[in-house]
Ligand binder design. Structure first.
Ligand SMILES: *Cc1c(COP(=O)(O)O)cnc(C)c1O
Length: 414
């Protein structure tokens, strides 16, 4: 952080510094978070934040676009090339607005939308009741099997045939297994639904070649850019050429005004990084670290939902450990291990005080941690969850600090 900020606004500067320190010192396991590179940070702090650019490259409503146009085109071209997509829109402010654009492009109010239920690992914007997508549209929700913790595509097909939704979503926030996008696409075609794959969590894994891509099977693919893809906060939509106009019109002028061009700049940088061979290594490391961590935790008696993970994410039911997700998450945070409490499928506890915790490997992998560190983290988690007291947390915290000191966090120089 700069000298300028420290003298012009010491309060904000101090909070930024403190957050940098926190991110450097903690073991960050929230699966939707990451560390962007210094280059991404720099681009997102650029003077493009000063610019208004309503419209699209070559067709704007304000003057002065001679550098914005090639910038947005660069981000679009890099997105198309990275994911093998025919069309890309890089303007959505985040993942939720990207999803709303899909509704606006294809649905009328009241139309039926089918997605994975929130408590089963789905996202709010896939038709959950408190979301605008569940209030203005008619939601049908599928789940995971109670016995396996996994999706059952025969059940999904039966439900889709019975309900005949206009839009079918694949994707989730707490599902640790591979998605069969080909089968989801076939189900959508059988019932005459549009198929949208929301890859917010796994975009980086798809770009890195360790998760199958939905691009060939889906009408539209939406994503955030700040999770495993390791870019700035933002959203992005990929689609077939036939839907390009409907999607672009839905984003602007349907939902948004001017795009956040500083984020477009940072996204272009992140997309270039994700196209490097080293990003494939990163994606592999994310998956192998999650698997090793899940296996180590299961070895200590943790009940991992679905019995493991295929991606970056681990969902744990703590019922057998006789501690709630919230108490465990708070104690672990005091020990320097940051994750979130989370509902597990068929949870008998309330969403604000659920039975589970959710964790993942994107951030620790960005620091270059590997299998030995994953086993160490499992040991610390076992100590803290087994005895969620301040004394144990303080002891573990000292050891955590020693480890994080050896693994510099990208983008942070402390
Ligand atoms: C994170 C996420 C979103 C929403 O992204 P925001 O940027 O938080 O609006 C949408 N869908 C899925 C599956 C997500 O995991």
């Amino acid at each position: 952080m700069s000298e300028v900020l420290s003298s012009s606004d010491p309060e904000v500067f101090a909070l930024c510094r403190a957050e940098e320190r926190r991110q450097a010192e903690k073991i960050r396991l929230i699966p939707s978070e990451n560390y962007v590179s210094k280059a991404v940070l720099e681009a997102s702090g650029s003077v493009f934040t000063n610019k208004y650019s309503e419209g699209y490259p070559g067709k704007r409503y304000y003057e002065g676009q001679e550098f914005v146009d090639p910038l947005e085109q660069l981000a679009i071209d890099r997105a198309k090339s990275l994911f093998g997509a025919a069309h890309a829109n890089v303007q959505p402010y985040s993942g939720s607005p990207a999803n709303l654009a899909v509704y606006l492009a294809f649905l009328k109010p009241g139309d039926k939308v089918m997605g994975l239920a929130l408590p089963m690992g789905g996202h709010l914007t896939h038709g959950w009741g408190v979301s605008i997508t569940g209030k203005y549209f008619t939601p049908v929700q599928y789940g995971v099997r109670k016995d396996t913790g996994r999706l059952d595509y025969d059940e999904i097909r039966d439900l889709a045939k019975k309900e005949r939704p206009a839009l079918l979503w694949a994707g989730g926030t707490a599902y640790s297994r591979l998605w069969d996008f080909e089968t989801m696409g076939a189900i959508a075609r059988e019932v005459g639904a549009r198929f949208c794959a929301d890859i917010a969590h796994i975009a980086g894994l798809i770009a890195g070649g360790v998760h199958p891509s939905p691009v060939a099977h889906a009408d539209v693919v939406t994503t955030t850019t700040h999770k495993t893809l390791r870019g700035p906060r933002g959203g992005m939509i990929l689609c077939k050429t036939e839907h390009a106009q409907a999607i672009d019109r839905a984003v602007f002028p349907g939902l948004q005004g001017g795009p956040h061009v500083h984020n477009t700049a940072a996204l272009a940088v992140a997309l270039k990084e994700a196209a490097q061979p080293s990003f494939k290594d990163y994606a592999k490391l994310v998956v192998s670290n999650a698997r090793v961590l899940a296996e180590a935790l299961m070895g200590k008696g943790f009940d991992v939902v679905s019995g493991g993970t295929d991606n970056h994410l681990i969902l744990i039911d703590l019922t057998n450990k006789k501690v709630s997700g919230k108490i465990a998450a708070r104690a672990l945070d005091k020990a320097g291990i940051e994750l979130n409490y989370n509902s597990v499928p068929y949870d008998t506890r309330k969403p604000f005080d659920p039975s589970g915790i959710r964790l993942g490997s994107p951030s620790v992998s960005s620091r270059g941690m590997g299998q030995a560190e994953m086993r160490q983290i499992a040991t610390w988690m076992d100590r803290v969850v087994g005895d969620p007291t301040d004394e144990t947390a303080a002891k573990v915290l000292g050891e955590v600090r020693e480890l994080t000191g050896k693994f510099p966090a990208p983008g942070i120089s402390i």
